[in-house]
Write a protein that binds this ligand. Structure first.
Ligand code: ADP
Ligand code: MG
Length: 312
């Protein structure tokens, strides 16, 4: 077992001092529970992974929370002391926007890396609101890359090569999270060849599982032909609405199919989460005490524990 620091011990003591509310007051109970979790997690230093991890955040459905999950998990990890790079591989550049990273048309971007072979570190920018957090931005050029890549040598492994070259210079990130576009084209293939893990956000709604089998089939194809270590390591249930039975049903079903992969934490629907990007911030700095920030902090903590071999 990992040694318990003095600070962690104090946090535990403080958390357990919060009175438990009766079952007849669900709101009070939820508030007390949130406060307890926040005390336990906030300011917690996250463990470094046994080896650097590269996760591709993928789901070919749009609007399921890929970008939101990428930027908030990345920010929470960086706040926990890990060095994290977000690679924005969606021409929409939503991850770049959410991290407050300049990505107008002339900015050196992941397009230059993929198409022209520009070194990855030449396009990486630091995030100004969170220390230890970096981003390789996407500009609108990337929309053309899907087609331009087709005629290039080693078209499926250009991102993998760029990351390997950056690592060879001695530059190490603890975590690289790659935000994919909502398609299974060459950009997503590049992401899946560069990573060894796939991280799938699933939105808790009716058609959530539709398309998942296609995604799994593609992962299997890439694993078999291009990248043997590739596997689905992590699934996060997003936009969970505790008031609907549907959310609970979807969550149960996903957990039944993927008991090892699904994180315990679910991310609730939260207005603060959706507001944050318009301020060029993640919810982790925009409103760190909101339920969404707390959920992403918990998710990041679970992922980091798994990566460090800590299980419970
Ligand atoms: P994707 O990258 O898969 O297309 P996004 O992360 O962009 O999905 O999310 C789609 C929309 O849903 C965005 O407007 C985002 O702000 C919103 N959203 C994502 N997660 C939440 C959440 N937990 N609560 C409320 N809105 C959310
Ligand atoms: Mg997105």
């Amino acid at each position: 077992m990992a040694p318990v620091s003095r600070e962690a011990f104090d946090r535990e003591e403080l958390a357990s001092a919060i009175p438990t509310a009766g079952d007849d007051t669900p709101l009070a109970r939820e508030l007390a529970e949130n406060a307890r979790r926040r005390i336990q997690l906030t300011g917690r230093e996250l463990p470094k992974p046994l080896q650097p991890r590269i996760l591709t955040v993928a789901n070919q459905k749009g609007g399921v929370g890929k970008t939101t999950t990428t930027v908030n998990v990345a920010a929470a990890m960086a706040q926990g002391g890990l060095t994290v790079l977000v690679v924005d591989l969606d021409p929409q550049g939503n991850a770049s926007t959410a991290l407050g990273i300049d990505h107008h048309a002339d900015v050196p971007s992941i397009y230059d890396v993929l198409v022209d072979g520009t070194p990855l570190l030449d396009v990486v920018q630091p995030c100004t609101t969170v220390e230890n957090l970096f981003c390789a931005p996407a500009t609108i050029d990337l929309a053309g890359a899907e087609i331009e890549l087709v005629s290039l040598v080693a078209r499926e492994s250009r991102l993998q090569k760029a990351i390997a070259e950056a690592e060879a210079t001695g530059h190490a990130y603890d975590y690289i999270l790659i935000d994919c576009p909502p398609s299974l084209g060459l950009l997503t293939v590049n992401a899946m060849v560069a990573a060894s893990e796939v991280f799938i956000p699933i939105q808790c709604e009716y058609y959530a599982l539709e398309g998942l089998s296609q995604l799994l089939k593609n992962i299997e194809l890439i694993r078999a032909h291009l990248n043997p270590p590739l596997h689905v390591s992590t699934i996060l249930l997003t936009m969970y609405d505790g008031r609907t039975r549907l959310s609970a049903q979807v969550a149960d079903e996903v957990r039944e199919h993927f008991p090892q992969q699904v994180l315990r934490t679910t991310v609730p629907r939260s207005v603060r989460v959706s507001e944050a990007p318009s301020f060029g911030e993640t919810v982790m700095t925009y409103d760190p005490t909101s339920s969404g920030a707390l959920a992403y902090l918990e998710a990041a903590s679970e992922i980091a524990d798994r990566g460090a071999g800590i299980t419970d």
